[in-house]
Design a protein around this ligand. Structure first.
Ligand SMILES: Cc1cc2nc3c(=O)[nH]c(=O)nc-3n(C[C@H](O)[C@H](O)[C@H](O)COP(=O)(O)OP(=O)(O)OC[C@H]3O[C@@H](n4cnc5c(N)ncnc54)[C@H](O)[C@@H]3O)c2cc1C
Length: 345
């Protein structure tokens, strides 16, 4: 099978590896224009703190993601997957009680440490209600991940740095610029909204901003979380974020975004810091917060692989695996991800 993947963010990278693993001939096209994957903090957190629930399909997604990233590290000769302790600073007595209750439930046990006295009295200035530690969290260091893969695919002569142009496509036959493909997979992130073949889908664009800061006095051994996350990168550097602005594809960082992050960070620490970098990206989101994947209703060689939302790094490996198994072996898609859910009358 010969497959063209359009888009070299985490979605396109995971798809390309999965296709290669299953013996396909792959070409990866990327215009390196917007990569939400490059701006992301790369956090992998099994819990959703806002509602103190488990992340969607966590027991399937998490082991698959870890296994896939370890394999990609080996293949590319880069190191980017780092285990991490995420510590939630409770914002209220109610949140503490929620944790106390949930930590006893069998489905939460693999992801929540039982609260200890040390957690409750964690020595940080703004600890009024105690703290709780997440198990099995990690982060992907996005720069070596993206650069390592770019170098790897370039060395295999798979990667082409250019923009896909629909003027050269026959969607019926799968011929693009004179080459016939069995499938063309569009993993274009937020730009999937402008893909003329899939304009009927409700892909949304959700902007987010993130700061990289330097401070020698902020606690730097775990990722702290309240209103925002503080991710230690080592040597006094941290990523802090992020913001949410709906319905915009503008990727410029703003003063307002930086202020919001600084304000949220004050709920964790009042230590001083220097801003090293300020970036913005646009997440490809979906109204029901599930991926958006599947074959075009009329042109079966045209495939959408998008909608990774706010947790693309955790979701991409398994979703890529399921989509490739669907295309190569006819396995059914998970109905929550299948874009057909938006095509019904
Ligand atoms: C501020 C912020 C923080 C985030 N933090 C996290 C986090 O901590 N953990 C997490 O899991 N997720 C996080 N995310 C979400 C994550 O970034 C996304 O879920 C994920 O990166 C989406 O990946 P993608 O490959 O679908 O899109 P992208 O990363 O945007 O990649 C799409 C690629 O396709 C290319 N492209 C588009 N159209 C074309 C075309 N026509 N021709 C050729 N190339 C094309 C683009 O240039 C780009 O390289 C964050 C996002 C933001 C903005």
């Amino acid at each position: 099978m010969k497959v063209l993947v359009v888009g070299g963010g985490v979605a396109g990278i995971c798809l390309s590896h999965e296709l290669l693993k299953q013996g396909c001939e792959v070409r990866l096209l990327d215009n390196n224009r917007n990569a939400s994957s490059a701006v992301a903090a790369g956090l992998i957190n099994p819990l959703v703190f806002r509602r103190m629930t488990l992340s969607w399909r966590i027991s399937e997604l998490l082991p698959f993601a870890y296994q896939t990233y370890r394999e990609i590290e080996q293949l590319t000769g880069t190191s980017f997957l780092h285990p991490l302790v995420i510590r939630r600073l409770f914002a209220s007595q109610q949140e503490l009680e929620f944790w106390q209750k949930k930590q006893l439930l069998p489905e939460f046990e693999p992801y929540m440490e039982q609260l200890t006295d040390a957690d409750l009295t964690f020595p940080i200035e703004q600890n009024t209600f105690g703290t709780g530690r997440v198990k099995q969290a990690a982060y992907i260091d996005t720069t070596p991940f993206l650069e390592g893969n770019r170098t790897y695919f370039a060395s295999k002569e798979i990667l082409l740095e250019e923009t896909f142009d629909h003027a050269f496509l026959d969607p019926q036959t799968g011929v693009y610029k004179g080459e016939a493909y069995d499938f063309i997979l569009f993993a274009e992130g937020k730009d999937g909204k402008y893909n003329p073949l899939f304009s009927h889908l409700p892909l949304q664009q959700t902007k987010g901003e993130l700061l990289t800061i330097q401070s020698d006095t902020i606690y730097g051994e775990e990722s702290l979380n309240r209103k925002c996350f503080l991710l230690p990168l080592g040597n006094g550097r941290f990523k802090v974020g992020s913001t949410y602005v709906w319905d915009t594809d503008n990727t410029e960082p703003t003063e307002e975004g930086a202020q919001t992050i600084a304000e949220n960070l004050r709920s964790i620490t009042s230590e001083s810091y220097e801003i090293l970098e300020h970036r913005a990206g646009v997440r490809p989101t979906v109204p029901d917060r599930r991926p958006l994947i599947g074959k075009h209703p009329e042109f079966s060689k045209m495939v959408f692989a998008n909608g990774l939302g706010t947790k693309g790094y955790m979701i991409a490996p398994l979703i890529a695996h399921e989509l490739v198994n669907h295309l190569l072996h006819g396995d059914p898609l998970n109905p929550e991800c299948d874009m057909v859910r938006f095509e019904k009358e």
